[in-house]
Design a protein around this ligand. Sequence first.
Ligand SMILES: C[S@@+](CC[C@H](N)C(=O)[O-])C[C@H]1O[C@@H](n2cnc3c(N)ncnc32)[C@H](O)[C@@H]1O
Length: 373
Amino acid sequence: MLIADWHFMGLALRELRTILGVARLKITRRLSEGFVVVESDRSAAEMDALMKEAKPVFIDALLPVLTVATADAGYGPIAGALEGIADKGTTFRIEALRIGSVIPDKAKSVEVALGNIMEGHGYHADMDRPECTLFLILHGNQAFVSRAVGASVTLDWYRAFNRARYDALNRSEMKLDEAVRYFGVGINGSGLCLDIGAAPGGWTDYLAMRGRRVVAVDSAMLDYKRLCRYGSVVVAVAGSADDAAGLLAKIDSNIFAVPMEDADREFEGRRAAVLHVKSRLEGAVGVLRSLGRFGMITMDANVAPETACDIIGSVAGLADSGSVLIMTIKLVDNKIEERIKYVKEAISKVYGPAAVKKLPHNRMEVTLFARRR
Ligand SMILES: C[S@@+](CC[C@H](N)C(=O)[O-])C[C@H]1O[C@@H](n2cnc3c(N)ncnc32)[C@H](O)[C@@H]1O
């Protein structure tokens, strides 16, 4: 079962052809635009090893279809199929996804009902740290059954987000969390973080929550009230700061509006958690230079890929050697591969070797990771 964001399914199929070294794929079923069953003579272990080596950009997951149960005869046959691929000495969690199924119950209720049946038969569920996840893709009168080690694959990221009740400012924050996990970034370092295109502040929140001091650049307002959780917030504005000061003081007494030219002095003097440079990046480079060097740069600005490269080019000289860059590449037209290639090459030149992944919370974009030479 090939799983990919439907926007990128064509590219995911192309990646799979390359991974398997075949000119054509035999697609046996299309359950939806994002779930496609492909025939292959490779074993599950072989597929797993090939995927790990290839690190595809667009394939979300590739799961072996181990068995297909009938879904129109109650839960009995499905529980039987799950028990056939589980074992009593290994803890499990069930993850179900419905794609136009005859089963009327919600995915969550299906999981609970089947988990109860299995526990009644001596299997052991563990919702938090399962040793294996049993997948159930319910489509029409069929249940496609699969299994993966641990909790390494998630079928429905929106549900996972709600389930975890992640303490986030917005969903965008999940993109940074996914990038940190996928690219294995050590986030608890020291050094200032520069967050470009920061409003309303999800990524800034993520970094500040982990003890990093953040310089956030955006001409739009941030969620200052929330960011005050981490200490004081200095907002550097162009021109007179008096009007802004009156407005911001009403939100929290720990927010200080200052003129742009005082940004570094106020940020350091107050040991503020966040400095918001309220400007587009193009007008903020001088202020950023006055702040010294950065231990990490993140960027989620909604600009064209070429502009994103120019922006990173203009601040790359301020990044510490060995520091991480995480940025999204907005894919606004159908020249997806061309745009990604352009950005990877441009960033590699000014920064260091770059890797790209379409992460679950990315929509029409992918995320790039690079480390400064
Ligand atoms: C998708 S939002 C960022 C969301 C943010 N990462 C979060 O977690 O809340 C994109 C932001 O990029 C900003 N932006 C666009 N062009 C910019 C530029 N040239 N310089 C700075 N910010 C820019 C926009 O004002 C907008 O607030």
